[in-house]
Design a protein around this ligand. Structure first.
Ligand code: FES
Length: 83
């Protein structure tokens, strides 16, 4: 089982947050892919501590991706062997 974590923290204060930069769309896209990948789990997490670099996605036991866009998701999926 591979796990990809996605920060979906949203701040209403105006401070940077991953959700404000589109991470919920990224999480939803990964969750849709995971529906057909039984060995892939997507976890939505609160702040990962790198807010200014978001959206942030971390492969558990693997790389930490910053400034993620939909175009980057295939590379992340390739890392976990489901791309
Ligand atoms: S809000 Fe995503 S890392 Fe802090």
């Amino acid at each position: 089982m591979k796990t990809i974590t996605v920060c979906v923290n949203r701040r209403l204060s105006g401070r940077a947050s991953c959700a404000a930069r589109g991470s919920e769309t990224l999480a939803q896209a990964l969750e849709n892919i995971a529906l057909s990948q039984p060995n892939l789990r997507i976890m939505r997490l609160p702040c990962m501590g790198a807010c200014e670099e978001g959206p942030n996605i971390k492969v558990v036991g693997g790389d930490f991706y910053h400034g993620v866009t939909l175009a980057v998701l295939p590379m992340i999926l390739q890392e976990v062997g489901d791309g």
